[in-house]
Design a binder for this molecule. Sequence first.
Ligand SMILES: O=P(O)(O)OC[C@H]1O[C@H](O)[C@H](O)[C@@H](O)[C@@H]1O
Length: 336
Amino acid sequence: MSVPVNDDAVAEKKPSVELNKDSNGFDVVILKDRRGFSAQVHLYGGQVTSWKNERGEELLFMSSKALFKPPKAIRGGIPICFPQFSNLGLIEQHGFARNSFWSIDPDPSPPLATSDDQAVVDLILKLGDEDKTKLDKTKTDKAKAWNFSFEFRLRVTLGPHGELGLTARVRNVDTKPFTFMVALHTYFSVSDISEVRVEGLETLDYLDNLQNRERFTEQGDALTFESEVDRIYLNAPTKIAIIDHELKRTFVLKKDGFSDAVVWNPWERKAKAMVDLADDEYKHMLCVEPAVIEKPITLKPGEEWKGRHKISTVYSSYHSGQLDPMKVLESLGSFG
Ligand SMILES: O=P(O)(O)OC[C@H]1O[C@H](O)[C@H](O)[C@@H](O)[C@@H]1O
């Protein structure tokens, strides 16, 4: 149930952005909107590590065993897989963006529109000629196999209705073309994985990571979970809904520029084998990840790719199984 909001009080508060340190002394950015939603972004990984609603409830899953320091990626929130997804290439699993240090981009270029009712932070990860030597020392040998000059800009926004937006832009600043995959590996917090269903992926083809990436076709029903799932849905639609029956809460994802969507839950056996996930925590997480995997993107020198991902929450009106178009549109706002 949403909390009634006093609109006068809300109008007086302004969205805010603060730079802070985490307990390891690493930089984090805190975004707050007028309604009391907040988001936290670690510069390590350029990773959203928290998104809370106006009651302070965490909406993204974060492992109790997550390590917030190199060389491991942070287990939870929204890690960025780039320039490779999984082991589909020569470099380290999911690429190097998730365990690199990003910077705040004071002057995003080309600039993106801003609006007064959003809290915004722009981050950048780049590898230019002058950085190559420096980065080569810190990158693992595997990462060196993808050695191009690029700029990856990530804008994180917290919108007027508490919605979380990520705009990813990759620019080729090399003299040669390059090819990449990308995923925004979003860990959603759920009450109990057995009480959740995902709508929007019915009848799509998918590659099953648990069966040598063989191609299958999803049935007509919404997805439910009773064992490990690790699939790449191809040509996934713009809108996907994660319905949590117990909490009467639905996450609505809207994506643009990402052709695929990965759905992952490690379940019991794999969770036990993961050092940075507690044994039972798989029950409270579900990853649904906008991605470009099957048809990687090739950029010529000077070209840019852009993809957007927006998530919002809708309470109670939704668990009938049907999207309530007015509520969804209202909660999503525009991409901006
Ligand atoms: O353990 P990680 O490297 O973070 O990967 C976690 C998971 O990411 C994706 O969802 C892949 O599809 C899975 O195969 C992988 O297990």
